[in-house]
Design a protein. Structure first.
Length: 527
């Protein structure tokens, strides 16, 4: 099993450092800047041997460098530190659950939007009906005020009519006479009966009692007559008052009818309003239930994401470690960076050697990367006959097509009368063609194979597919895949060769620089 490593491009550190010239050596022999040999020119005498030494050492040459550090600076030394890379892995089971929960949330959101729209419509309808009820209440109150005013107008006329009528006495036996003349006439007629008619003693006593009662009402009769005359003087005759009362009663009845119409209309609107209130309440309950289901699905998604994050804890930790390594590289802290790299590698190897579940998990995470680079499980270049490490996911559309096509072809197959041996290859042919279509890659190198696959699809629809043709198509496709794999291997080999050449060139340059530094150091020793 190969182990992925975060290469030096993540944590490369460039430090300007002279490797071969030791600072201690410079300290022992004196600093170059302060040495009079390098700062001041040497005065040469004709009798001295110094010019010969300078010529021997080549110091008289103006092209010879006076300061080797300035003229031949040491190359930047690059320290490479490698860290184990953890890939992000998405569990198919958790992904399927997340997709299902996402679909549920979308479904409940659509239901919520629908219920919200219905609630808005019902609430708008309710507000409109409430405004109508308020307007009808205003009309009803206006009619009520008009009725009260009409009643106040008709009340004195009714009282006057009551006074004009013959009122009964307290015992409700006799009515008061309309005038004093009528009272005298009644009393005279009763006295005439006593005098001229033969009646019993009890009847005579009753008549006498009645005469006495009539005499007692004389004052009331006189007062009523005076009041009646006064009413007639002010309001007119009784018939006129009755006509006025009738006219006002007609107006009063019209107002009452209009008030009743307003009341009945208001009652209908209130009934509709009650129904709307009931519907709104039920919609609110449904919305609350849908919201609870949506929140439950959302909590489920949160829990699934939490599980996914827990499963990818090593991935997030590795990102943090690489970030810290970049910070240390920016600070040029080589020692801390080296310690961090060693600690992380030891930690990984301890987990790798002692935990099988960790090895399986890491292998599962790295398979997709190895498969995308056409590598095998142990990091080798994959052979053409080896199967891919990760099985490709079949799209849903192709499955639906494979389900629908046999159902369309069944009536035609039943209509044709033929042996069963002819129908079996026809049923197997679509599956073979579909597997070819699934395995083929949309590349320009195998366009001919793709065209032949399309032609074979037409032949399958017409049920004239030949088994030999299918085998030939498979063979050509395998040849195309083998060519493609060989080209990939060739490209990878060329890349490896170029990389090796660059590495050899870098090694040669490094050795050359070491030789130059050694010569410079030897030159300093000679001085």
């Amino acid at each position: 099993m190969g182990v992925e490593v975060v290469d030096s491009d993540l944590t490369q550190l460039s430090i300007d450092k002279v490797t071969e010239v030791d600072k201690s050596f410079l300290h022992e022999n004196g600093k170059l800047d302060k040495d009079p040999v390098y700062n001041n020119p040497i005065d040469v005498d004709s009798h001295s041997e110094e010019p010969d030494k300078e010529e021997e050492n080549g110091a008289s040459d103006p092209d010879f460098p006076k300061d080797a550090v300035v003229e031949w600076p040491a190359p930047k030394q690059i320290h490479s530190f490698h860290f184990i890379r953890y890939r992000f892995y998405e569990d198919p089971a958790i992904k399927a659950k997340l997709d299902q929960a996402d679909k549920e949330i979308q479904k409940w959101n659509k239901a919520r939007f629908k219920l919200t729209d219905e609630l808005k419509a019902k609430r708008a309808e309710r507000s409109e009906m409430l405004s109508q009820v308020r307007a009808l209440n205003v009309d009803f109150e206006q009619f009520k005020t008009i009725l009260d005013e009409k009643k106040k107008e008709i009340e004195p006329l009714q009282q006057a009519l009551g006074k004009l009528r013959n009122n009964k006495d307290v015992d409700n036996r006799l009515s008061l006479c309309a005038s004093e003349e009528e009272l005298d006439f009644i009393i005279h007629s009763l006295q005439y009966r006593i005098q001229h008619e033969s009646i019993s003693l009890s009847e005579e006593k009753r008549i006498l009692k009645e005469i006495k009662h009539l005499e007692g009402t004389r004052e009331k009769v006189i007062a009523n007559a005076a009041m009646r005359s006064k009413i007639q003087d002010s309001l007119g005759q009784k018939e006129d008052i009755q006509d006025q009362v009738k006219l006002m009663g007609v107006d009063l009845n019209g107002v009452r009818k209009e008030q009743h119409a307003v009341w009945s209309k208001k009652k209908q609107i209130k009934d509709k309003l009650d129904e709307t209130e009931t519907k709104i309440e039920s919609l609110q309950n449904e919305l609350k239930a849908v919201t609870l289901k949506r929140d439950k699905a959302f909590d489920n998604i949160q829990e699934l994401r939490k599980q996914s994050d827990q499963g990818n804890s090593h991935f997030y930790q590795s990102r943090t470690i690489v970030h810290n390594a970049k910070l240390l590289a920016a600070q040029k802290d080589i020692k801390a960076l080296e310690e961090l790299s060693i600690v992380e590698v030891e930690k990984f190897m301890a987990l790798w050697n002692g935990n099988k579940a960790f090895r399986d998990d890491y292998e599962k995470r790295i398979l997709s990367s190895l498969d995308s680079r056409l590598l095998s499980r142990d990091g080798r270049i994959r052979n053409p006959d080896e199967k891919p490490l990760v099985a490709p996911e079949k799209p849903v559309d192709s499955e639906t097509e494979t389900i629908l096509r046999p159902s369309v072809r069944k009536p035609k197959e039943e209509a044709k009368s033929g042996p069963q041996t002819d129908t079996k290859p026809a049923k197997k042919a679509p599956k073979d063609a579909e597997t070819i279509a699934m395995e083929s890659n949309p590349l320009s190198d195998i366009s001919v194979v793709a065209e032949e696959i399309l032609v074979s699809g037409k032949l399958q629809k017409n049920k004239e597919v030949d088994a030999a043709k299918l085998k030939e198509l498979k063979r050509e496709e395998e040849i195309a895949k083998a060519k493609q794999a060989m080209e990939r291997k060739k490209k990878l080999a060329e890349k490896a060769a170029a990389k090796a050449a660059r590495r050899a060139q870098m090694e040669a340059e490094k050795k050359l620089k070491e030789i130059i530094c050694f010569l410079i150091w030897f030159h300093f020793i000679g001085y």
